[in-house]
Design a binder for this molecule. Sequence first.
Ligand SMILES: Cc1cc2nc3c(=O)[nH]c(=O)nc-3n(C[C@H](O)[C@H](O)[C@H](O)COP(=O)(O)O)c2cc1C
Length: 336
Amino acid sequence: MTGVTPIPKPQYNWRDTLLSRQLGTRLPIMATGLQWLANAEYVAAAVDVGMMGFISAATFSDTSALRDEIQRCRELLNGRAFGVNVSMLPKLLPGDRTDEIMSLIVEERIAVVETSGRDPSPYVAGLKAGGCSLVHKVPQLRHALKAEAAGVDAVILVGAECGGHPGELPVGTMVQGALAARTLTIPFALGGGIATGEQIVAALALGASGVAIGTHFLVSDEIPAHAEYKRRLIEAQPGDTTLIMSSLRNSMRVLRNDTTAIVEALEGQGINDIQQLMPYVRGSLGKAAYASGDWRQGALSVGQGVGLTARNAPLADIVAELEAEADTALARLSNI
Ligand SMILES: Cc1cc2nc3c(=O)[nH]c(=O)nc-3n(C[C@H](O)[C@H](O)[C@H](O)COP(=O)(O)O)c2cc1C
């Protein structure tokens, strides 16, 4: 074409967002809490590659074991910042250690806390006074708005596709992101089914300042789980997950296996008594499955993004692939 001066394309750096600046990370990606799996080595690898990683407090039966893990992570990272995930789900059985864990977090001067499961407001002032950023994860926008009003620094919205808890009225990640962008004023990250760089660009295009990833990182070398479990995840299709525990208003997206067949049958019969379901869904079975590789047993949190997960590799390689895909996706957009 002659006589037309092309308009220069604006340079857009997807790696530099409100959230990456807030977290002080190279990338706007969070490797969020994974009970039994997000340990010091995994979190250190996440931080090393430029993400924010979170040690799962729920893995540790007492605060002194959590304190030791924090110490180990600090050593691996030579003092660089990392996070702790505090899952505050309403307990199905008695016993709640949240107060104790939050005190430890402030004492240990942890940089960022990822909370989930219930209203974080009782902890906002204490964490802020301790210089700790608070990122609260929710499956519903109304809870995100409440957390925003309570003064959290950022929220993570997870959609129905996510591994773990998508809430009782699950909303797809695409809709979740669009709603959040129109409503929230604080930075938000989007999670649930994100397993490619193209999806990261899509989340940012929707208005998110970052993404939260769980399932896609489960096959990384640093995840302390048996190779046979990782092999099953690599093979799995998006439809190989299912939602259980809705009868207890504690829905979980997990890998379809022998345990889910039993739990679905019991729930189908109208059984919603935790004592009857607990023998199948208790956390110790999941822990044992990760150790033995027998993925047929236990309620193993896995999201639909598992269908996009094709190989196991060091976390750094998986993230490098995500970055390359995101760069390509943006270049492609600039050429349309
Ligand atoms: C195996 C596994 C364990 C998880 N454990 C926790 C946990 O202890 N606390 C928490 O807040 N979220 C937990 N999650 C949720 C993740 O932090 C994250 O929100 C979710 O995986 C994002 O969706 P995705 O799985 O589609 O990437 C877990 C997820 C998985 C897959």
